[in-house]
Design a protein around this ligand. Structure first.
Ligand code: C2O
Ligand code: CU
Length: 468
């Protein structure tokens, strides 16, 4: 297909004044494209895969201690909260047998991994719910390397605790480091998750912000009073994998006494960029390198952007430090000022240009205030049209956020190009924020595309991207 201006103008003019889903051209004038030239990521051929890793998970209710607050009944993978980290090497094949001992149906989604469609874990879209006392086997190649999460994709179950890290180690990292830690940023509900639409009143409701009644914010399942401690020693380079599988919290993260060098965005390697703080939305992941050059005990803080829970905290502790805990109440300077990571700072290693789009969707994100639904172009999923595409097309999505809340928009099954980065989840800022992403349609199936705030997703802010 040619990339002539005329063609693009045609696409644009069909969109002018369009409401609902804007469709570009019909499929008949396409040419097949060489999908092996996809920038930044090429799907591994079956013969290139490594050994098979067999994992068994049981999803069941259980009790966890959230110190010092008490013991709570949550829904857990293998009795753990957060769930057990699955860690494997690039190219290994993962076979996970999940047994459902919950009182309702569930699924697992391998967030960010471009799995074959049938392994994607979206109930009613790629599989039926795994019913109580049933089992299901997920089987896919762990590729490419990166920091991912796995989580339930049924209803509001994420806020019951069914979240966990999935780490795929690369053979040759583009940055050096001496040790690494995984940090799971989460929000903690002491009761059962409920849809927010009916409770949307009060001041928060008037501001257009609907935030669940969280009892606190956690790093690795721990409240600030009893923080996770990450040890280091002077001169080390520490890789922190920051993962946000929370239900409804965008965090701003900073470390007292230290800068962070962002080296991966949503698992994809980027040119290292040193900053003082970063925002991380639900579904996003950032890997940062911290140079341990300032001995002591320091706070790692993750402060909510939209709610009013006190920040989640962990500790970066140097061996031989005089104190064993950071002084309480010490907020990192990076939350006050300094340099905050911006989308335009992210540059994927290698080229990401996929050329001019063949098909463009204009997507308006709305909701909040008096409106119980969260919508894309006025439609609330499941009463919403699929976004129809053809294999081999280059797709562009232009999003605008006409609401007062942050929407971290996540596309299943693909990485997209946003600015110069490759990501799978991107924050669309409130108050008319605009974000455009492009992707190559190289993984056929029905793919969920949605806001990763689970309350927004469940109230309609979702679509299916459908290969015709
Ligand atoms: Cu973690 Cu449909 O997403
Ligand atoms: Cu949202």
């Amino acid at each position: 297909m040619s990339d002539s201006i005329g063609r693009r103008e045609f696409v644009r003019s069909t969109l002018a004044g369009a409401t609902g889903v804007a469709l570009g051209m019909s499929g008949c004038d396409r040419e097949p494209q060489d999908l092996s030239t996809r920038p930044g990521y090429t799907r591994r051929a079956a013969e290139q895969t490594g050994p098979v890793r067999e994992i068994s998970l049981v999803a069941a209710p259980g009790e966890v201690e959230i110190a010092p607050r008490g013991v709570y009944r949550k829904w857990l993978y293998n009795g753990q909260f957060p769930g057990p980290e699955i860690r494997l090497k690039e190219g290994e094949r993962l076979r996970v047998r999940i047994e459902n001992r919950l009182p309702e149906g569930t699924t697992i989604h391998w967030h960010g991994v471009p799995v074959p469609n049938a392994m994607d874990g979206v109930p009613g879209v790629t599989q039926e719910l795994i019913r109580p006392n049933e089992t299901f086997v997920y089987d896919f190649i762990a590729d490419p390397a990166g920091s991912y999460v796995y989580h339930t994709h049924a209803g509001l179950q994420i806020d019951r605790g069914l979240i966990a890290p999935l780490i795929v180690e690369e053979k040759k990292p583009h940055v050096d480091y001496d040790r690494e830690y995984t940090l799971i940023l989460d929000d903690f509900l002491s009761g059962e998750p409920q849809p927010l639409s009916r409770s949307g009143g009060g001041m928060g409701g008037m501001m257009g912000l609907q935030v669940p009644p969280y009892a606190g914010l956690l790093i690795n399942g721990r409240l600030p009073e009893s923080p996770a401690v990450f040890e280091t020693r002077r001169g080390q380079r520490v890789r922190l994998r920051l993962l946000n599988p929370s239900g409804a919290t965008t965090y701003r993260v900073a470390i007292a006494g230290h800068q962070m060098t962002v080296a991966y965005a949503d698992g994809r390697p980027v040119e290292p960029r040193t900053i003082d703080s970063l925002y991380i939305g639900m579904g996003e992941r950032y890997d940062v390198i911290v140079e341990a050059n300032n001995p002591g005990a320091w706070t790692i803080t993750a402060a909510t952007v939209e709610g009013n829970s006190p920040p989640a905290q962990a500790a970066l502790l140097y061996k031989d430090a005089a104190q064993s805990r950071p002084p309480s109440g010490a907020a990192p300077e990076g939350l006050q000022g300094g340099r905050t990571l911006e989308l335009s700072d992210l540059k994927a290693l290698g080229t990401t240009d996929i050329g001019a789009p063949d098909r463009i969707f204009d997507l308006t994100l709305s909701g909040g205030m008096m409106n119980p639904a969260w919508t894309i172009n006025g439609q609330a999923y499941p009463k919403a049209d699929p976004l129809e595409i053809y294999e081999g097309e280059r797709i562009r999505a232009r999003m605008i956020n006409r609401s007062m809340m942050i929407h971290p928009m996540h596309l299943h099954g693909h990485f997209f190009r946003v600015g110069d980065a490759l990501k799978d989840t991107v924050i669309v800022p409130p108050h008319m924020g605009r974000v455009t992403f492009d992707f190559l349609a190289d993984n056929p199936g029905d793919w969920f595309f949605h806001c990763h705030n689970i309350y927004h997703m469940e109230s309609g802010m979702a679509r299916i991207v459908r290969y015709k």
